[in-house]
Unconditional design. Structure first.
Ligand SMILES: [Mn+2]
Length: 317
C-alpha cells in the first residue's frame, strides 16, 4: 500500500501534518504502508499534476482542495482552501468521511490529530509535543513578539530551517523523523543546527534592514525587501521593532515570483477589523484572516508595488 502525501512545503505545520498523518495511518489503517511525499507550493492558478494522484491512497494535508477523483484523504484549515466555488461544492458533496476542513484550527497538525483521535482512535503518543508546537508556530500563539523573534526554543529553530531549506531530501528525512522521534531530538540534531547557524545570522541582518527601511503610519508598517534580495523573514519582526503596528505589508522578489505578505499583530489589543485572506483573494492570493499572501509573476515590480500600496491604504481605514 503506497500512500502519496501532498503537504504544504517549506512550512513547519505542513511537515508536522505529514508526519502526524503518517503516524496515524501506520497506527490505525495499515502498519505496512509506505509513503511518497510531495511538497506543494502555492502558485497563481494552482495546477495539480495527474502523477501526484497515482498512489493507492492520495492524501493532501495543510494545502488547498483538489477536485481529483483519486484524492482519498484531505485535511486543511486554510481560510482560502477552495480555489473555486465548484471546488467547495465538490467537497461538500463528497461522502467518504475522510476529507476534513475546519478553518477555526490554528494548525492543520492539530486538526489531523484531533479528528483522527475522535473518529479513528489515533493515539498521539510522543507526537504530543510536535502537535503542541505546530499549533503555536502556525497560529502565531507566542506569548510576545520577543518570544517569537528571539528564537530560543528548539521547535522554532527547526521551523526556521524548514521554511528556508530547499532540499527536498532533507524535508522528507525530517518528516519521517518527526513521525517517529520526539520533537526535540529532531530539532537539536547536528544536521538541523548546522543549517540553522547561517539562518540565525541572516535573521539578525533582516531585523536590521527592516528597522532601516520600514515606513510606519496609522498603525500600518510597510517595507519593500526587493532591493535586498531577501526571500523570506520572520513575520513577527515588524511587531517586535514597532509594537504600535496593527498590520504589516511587505514585498519580496524571488527568481520565480514576487510576493506580497500581509499580517496582523497578534499582540495588539486592538481588535482585527480586516480579513486579510479576503483582501488577498481580490488579487488572486489567500491565506488566513490574520496572515495572508499574494504570489505574482516575477518581473512585475511596478504592478506588485501598486497592489501593495493599495492594500496599505485599505488597512489604514
Ligand atoms: Mn497550516
Amino acid at each position: 500500500m503506497n500512500c502519496h502525501i501532498l503537504y504544504h512545503d517549506n512550512c513547519f505545520d505542513g511537515a508536522a501534518s505529514a508526519a502526524v498523518f503518517m503516524k496515524f495511518y501506520l497506527q490505525r489503517i495499515s502498519s505496512k504502508a509506505t509513503f511518497t511525499l510531495f511538497g506543494m507550493a502555492h502558485q497563481p492558478n494552482q495546477h495539480f499534476s495527474e502523477h501526484l494522484f497515482e498512489g493507492d491512497e492520495n492524501i493532501i494535508v495543510d494545502f488547498k482542495y483538489c477536485r481529483n477523483k483519486r484524492l482519498t484523504w484531505w485535511f486543511d484549515h486554510h481560510y482560502s482552501a477552495f480555489l473555486t466555488l465548484a471546488d467547495e461544492t465538490h467537497f461538500r458533496q463528497q461522502q467518504n468521511g475522510q476529507k476534513f476542513f475546519d478553518p477555526s484550527f490554528q494548525s492543520c497538525t492539530k486538526l489531523i490529530a484531533d479528528i483522527t483521535e475522535k473518529h479513528f482512535g489515533f493515539n498521539r503518543g510522543i507526537l504530543k509535543e510536535l502537535i503542541h508546537w505546530a499549533d503555536i508556530v502556525d497560529g502565531a500563539q507566542y506569548p510576545s513578539a520577543k518570544a517569537a523573534v528571539e528564537i530560543d526554543e528548539p521547535a522554532q529553530k527547526l521551523a526556521a530551517v524548514i521554511e528556508a531549506n530547499k532540499n527536498t531530501l532533507f524535508h522528507h528525512k525530517i518528516i519521517h523523523q518527526l513521525s517517529e522521534q520526539p520533537l526535540n531530538d529532531v530539532a537539536l540534531q547536528p544536521m538541523v543546527l548546522k543549517y540553522y547557524e547561517p539562518l540565525q545570522k541572516k535573521h539578525a541582518e533582516n531585523i536590521q534592514i527592516i528597522q532601516e527601511v520600514a515606513q510606519c503610519s496609522n498603525g500600518v508598517t510597510f517595507f519593500d525587501l526587493t532591493p535586498f534580495g531577501i526571500e523570506g523573514y520572520n513575520k513577527f519582526i515588524p511587531y517586535y521593532l514597532f509594537p504600535s503596528t496593527n498590520y504589516h505589508v511587505s514585498v519580496m522578489q524571488t527568481p520565480q515570483r514576487t510576493k506580497i505578505s500581509i499580517g496582523y499583530n497578534p499582540w495588539r489589543k486592538k481588535k482585527r477589523k480586516h480579513n486579510l485572506a479576503k483582501i488577498c483573494e481580490k488579487y488572486g492570493g489567500g491565506g488566513h484572516p490574520f496572515v495572508a499572501a499574494i504570489s505574482l509573476p516575477a518581473n512585475q515590480p511596478e504592478e506588485t508595488l501598486q497592489i501593495a500600496k493599495k492594500i496599505v491604504t485599505e488597512l489604514k481605514t
